[in-house]
Design a binder for this molecule. Structure first.
Ligand code: AMP
Ligand code: ZN
Length: 112
């Protein structure tokens, strides 16, 4: 499958790995938008949040819990933001579900 994040999970494209377990892989975003910018992805190819089915609910919970643990490990004790771009109007550019973990600076609302 021609999916850049599947290739990162498989080690076919290099990444700066932050965490890996049997369900989840996390790595530094190549174009960081904050001092800490980490992507947390399911190892299973799920195209977007809009494609999630009931069988994926376990991995969704794992993704969120793992993101919180990574934030703690990264020292983001002042807070952080988790973003899931979904579909064209959501600004999604890679069609493999991913959580952006952003921190290390003040976040603002509304986002762009
Ligand atoms: P989105 O635009 O929300 O779909 O997020 C996709 C993210 O993937 C962007 O923040 C990109 O900078 C990031 N990205 C794309 N290719 C790579 C890569 N090879 N390694 C790390 N991050 C990447
Ligand atoms: Zn994929």
């Amino acid at each position: 499958m021609d999916c850049i994040f599947c290739k990162i999970v498989a080690g076919e494209i290099p990444s700066k790995k932050v965490h890996e377990d049997e369900l989840v892989y996390a790595f530094h975003d190549i174009h960081p938008m904050a001092p800490a910018h980490i992507l947390v992805v399911p190892k299973k190819h799920v195209p977007s949040l809009a494609h999630v089915v009931a069988a994926d609910e376990g991995v969704l919970g794992r993704l969120l819990a793992t993101t919180a643990r990574i934030a703690e490990e990264q020292g983001l004790s002042q807070g952080y933001r988790v973003v899931i771009s979904t579909g064209p109007q959501g600004g999604q550019t890679v069609d493999h579900l991913h959580l952006h973990l952003l921190g290390g600076r003040q976040m603002h609302w509304p986002p762009g």
